[in-house]
Write a protein that binds this ligand. Structure first.
Ligand SMILES: [Zn+2]
Length: 60
């Protein structure tokens, strides 16, 4: 599992996530349909766990 890594946008399909807006960091869970927005870190990077569904679908 790659739970602790910052997954590249191109590989989000493997964890069941689709990118809705790369610039604003909006994502959608393909399992439950939830959408969420991630806040960039102060350094301007996406957070490590930005790809995790708020409902926990892909965080087992
Ligand atoms: Zn989900």
């Amino acid at each position: 599992m790659e739970t602790a890594k910052r997954i590249p946008f191109g590989k989000l399909g493997k964890v069941g996530v689709r990118v809705l807006d790369e610039a604003k960091l909006w994502f959608r869970c393909q399992r439950c349909g939830a959408t969420w927005c991630s806040e960039p870190t102060p350094a301007g990077h996406v957070p490590l766990n930005y790809w995790k569904c708020p409902n926990g679908c892909n965080c087992t």
